[in-house]
Design a binder for this molecule. Structure first.
Ligand SMILES: CCCCCCCCCC/C=C\CCCC(=O)SCCNC(=O)CCNC(=O)[C@H](O)C(C)(C)COP(=O)(O)OP(=O)(O)OC[C@H]1O[C@@H](n2cnc3c(N)ncnc32)[C@H](O)[C@@H]1OP(=O)(O)O
Ligand SMILES: Cc1cc2nc3c(=O)[nH]c(=O)nc-3n(C[C@H](O)[C@H](O)[C@H](O)COP(=O)(O)OP(=O)(O)OC[C@H]3O[C@@H](n4cnc5c(N)ncnc54)[C@H](O)[C@@H]3O)c2cc1C
Length: 609
């Protein structure tokens, strides 16, 4: 499809989905499932996942009563317009202004520079009638920082932009289809006025007289919508990883290369230990991310309930966990999808393998909802704070509780003696805890050598990110282990999941061996025992690998991959796909008479001379 066709077709699908949701009707969970099968980014994502939650989280009761019924019936369509051309990560650096005019009881929204143009918001370019706009609040000449406002963008009769608003799509993005179904947009305000009651005023207010009244709740609650989406992105990482792994695993069982004895059949590539060493850790990651996603959902629900009761104690941890796990799982999934493409050899590069499109549509997850490095630095700040409070009498809680055993973890030596010890959950966990704590403490020690903490922090950024990743990996491993300790339905399933859990953990040790060795969390002998155990786990997973991806229950239609077909009938279908290509509509291609024939005829003439 052309961009225009793709966009229009996505509108058609979205509106049809909305019709089904109402007519059947579908529950919230079923509606999410429908979005999952629609399988295309579109304006509904931003309306439901960001616009509505922003009003719910930051609006007063009156604002919610006014705006939510309209949004819930989709009588208005909204988006989340925070990022600008000049600033995305640095939210406090946004430039759009919202200046209160006491004469008219209005805010005047203005884009003072080119870099202050809103740039990127999904659904903004062509669809949204409204947006939650983030802008600097100015009253009586004083800048109070960034706040949220509900703003109507387009005329409700003919969809034209309201006077004072310039709006459009930012252009084609990475990939062929992929994220191009979405109208990511730009927006500029030219002294555009909105009534005072359209500032989202749950967290702070501006009175009729123009007085700014901050509330006593943390201002970071303004970032709540991002926390909520980051949490869902972790579960989505599992879905995308599982999809790529399903394709690569099934195809690896179909594909044969080398190893034929006496004219017999060749070896299935899935039987090569190199293939297993690249594929099975990704299979394990798909399960691991699913379980940590379930846990994160619980954590998010818990913190939301606490916030409602004005208990803000766990907010920093919820922020660190959602930011860190969003970052870690999306980076691993993007890399994993690309690895799955390579695992499928040349055919993985074909569009009909399903992997190029999956990669193109998935990879912006490393950037949207917070650049992955920027987010790990938030985790690092949280860890440095926690380390600095050790010994103060305040026991670390939640995911940093292990730091409370700092004395032990800083000096303990791993008691792994034989390969099977690597199947002991307590030993594995302690190894990850020791590594994470030692990396965090080492960063804290290095930071303390700087007189200026901020300067030290910026000097040590790379180490800090690594410490944050170590902490996040510990969380994923520990939540996988917790999952195994709970009730798991299905005969034999627990053993399979155990294998995957240890593959996940031991492969991380292998991949980050430098961390584990340099922190003395393990010795090189223990590392080689881990590798030995890993190979044995691969052998155990091998006979069940296809069943473990079939368990994701993806239909062929959803997978959209000739290589990942359930029936394994790959080769005839590759031909079928090739023959569908428009280039094969004619035997002699368009352009032959214009370019090829004159070229070769000229060659023949000169050859005769
Ligand atoms: C089934 C298939 C379906 C598929 C559907 C997929 C689902 C996804 C749908 C939507 C898809 C895409 C949408 C994408 C939308 C967007 O991208 S919206 C824009 C997102 N933008 C960002 O994420 C910006 C990133 N930047 C920030 O979040 C912050 O500014 C940053 C965290 C970098 C902080 O910058 P600072 O300037 O340092 O922060 P301050 O504002 O000064 O605050 C400092 C303190 O506040 C704490 N903090 C920061 N963020 C939060 C938070 N969210 N919650 C709680 N606390 C927070 C921070 O730790 C500091 O605390 P301290 O002072 O140290 O104690
Ligand atoms: C597909 C897509 C959809 C989006 N949808 C929306 C939307 O609906 N609404 C919306 O408001 N926004 C949206 N965005 C914008 C998105 O949230 C931002 O692009 C994102 O937050 C990253 O910010 P940035 O572009 O400013 O990156 P930058 O911060 O400019 O990053 C550039 C580089 O600088 C590095 N960097 C930046 N700061 C630091 C630092 N402090 N320390 C070390 N390194 C640093 C980063 O790691 C990165 O390598 C979307 C983006 C994409 C790609």
């Amino acid at each position: 499809m052309t961009r225009k066709e793709l966009f229009k077709n996505t509108l058609r699908k979205s509106v049809h989905a909305w019709k089904l949701i109402n007519e059947l009707p579908l529950s919230d969970d079923e509606s999410l499932m429908l979005r999952h099968f629609m399988d295309q980014p579109g304006f509904l994502d931003l309306h439901w996942r960001m616009f509505v939650p922003a009003i719910k989280g930051q609006g007063t009761e009156e604002q919610k009563q006014k705006w939510l019924p309209l949004a819930n019936k989709m009588q208005i369509i909204g988006c989340y317009a925070q990022t600008e051309l000049g600033h995305g990560s640095n939210v406090q650096g946004l430039e759009t202004t919202a200046t209160f005019d006491p004469q008219t009881d209005q805010f005047i929204l203005h884009s003072p520079t080119q870099t202050s143009s809103k740039w990127w918001p999904g659904g903004l370019g062509k669809v949204s009638t409204h947006a939650v706009i983030y802008a600097r609040l100015i009253t009586d000449g004083k800048d109070h920082g960034v706040h949220g406002f509900i703003v109507q963008l387009r005329n409700m009769d003919d969809h034209s932009p309201l006077p004072g608003i310039t709006i459009g799509d930012i252009g084609v993005k990475f990939g062929n289809g992929a994220y191009n179904s979405m109208d990511n947009g730009f927006l500029m305000f030219d002294k555009f006025c909105i009534p005072r009651d359209q500032m989202l005023m749950r967290l702070s207010k501006v009175t009729r007289e123009g007085k700014y009244v901050p509330s006593d709740v943390p201002r970071q609650l303004m970032y709540g919508t991002m926390v909520s989406v980051r949490q869902t992105i972790v579960s989505n990482a599992s879905i995308a990883m599982a999809r790529a792994v399903c394709i690569a695993t099934r195809y690896s069982a179909v594909r044969r290369q080398f190893g034929s004895q006496n004219g017999g059949i060749e070896t299935q590539v899935i039987d090569y230990k190199t293939q297993q060493n690249r594929l099975f850790p990704l299979l394990a990651s798909a399960y691991a991310f699913r379980f940590v996603g379930e846990w994160l959902k619980w954590l998010y629900t818990d913190v939301t309930q606490r916030l409602e009761a004005s208990d803000f104690a766990t907010l920093p941890e919820a922020h660190a966990c959602t930011a860190g796990l969003k970052s870690m799982t999306t980076s691993a999934t993007s890399d994993g999808i690309e690895e799955c493409r390579k695992l499928c050899g040349g055919h993985g590069y074909l569009w009909c393998s399903g992997l190029p499109e999956l990669f193109a549509v998935y990879v912006p997850a490393c950037t949207y909802e917070g650049d992955n490095v920027v987010l790990q630095l938030q985790v690092a700040r949280f860890l440095m704070k926690t380390v600095s409070q050790l010994g103060s009498g305040k026991a670390p809680a939640g995911t940093t509780a292990y730091m409370g055993r700092a004395k032990h973890l800083l000096q303990c030596r791993s008691s792994i003696r034989k390969a099977e010890d690597w199947l002991n959950p307590a030993m594995v966990l302690e190894t990850f805890e020791a590594r994470a704590l030692r990396m965090a403490v080492s960063c804290a020690n290095n930071l303390s050598k700087f007189e200026n903490q901020e300067q030290g922090f910026s000097e040590l950024l790379a180490d800090l990110v690594e410490a944050a990743i170590a902490h996040c990996q510990l969380i994923v491993v520990s939540k996988f282990i917790v999952k195994l300790e709970g009730e798991i339905k299905g005969k034999g399933v627990k053993n399979q999941l155990k294998n995957l859990c240890y593959i996940y953990a031991l492969h991380l040790i292998h991949k980050h061996l430098g961390d584990f060795l340099s922190t003395n969390s393990i010795t090189s002998e223990q590392a080689s025992l881990a590798n030995h155990q890993l190979r044995s786990l691969y052998t155990q997973v091998r006979p069940n690998a296809v069943a473990l991806v079939d368990a994701f229950d993806y239909t062929d239609h959803y997978l959209g991959s000739v290589l990942g077909r359930y029936d394994g009938n790959v080769y005839p279908k590759l031909f079928e796909e090739a023959l569908k290509d428009p280039l094969n509509d004619t035997v002699v291609p368009d352009g032959y008479h214009e370019y090829i024939r004159p070229l070769i005829k000229q060659h023949l003439r000169s050859a005769r001379l």
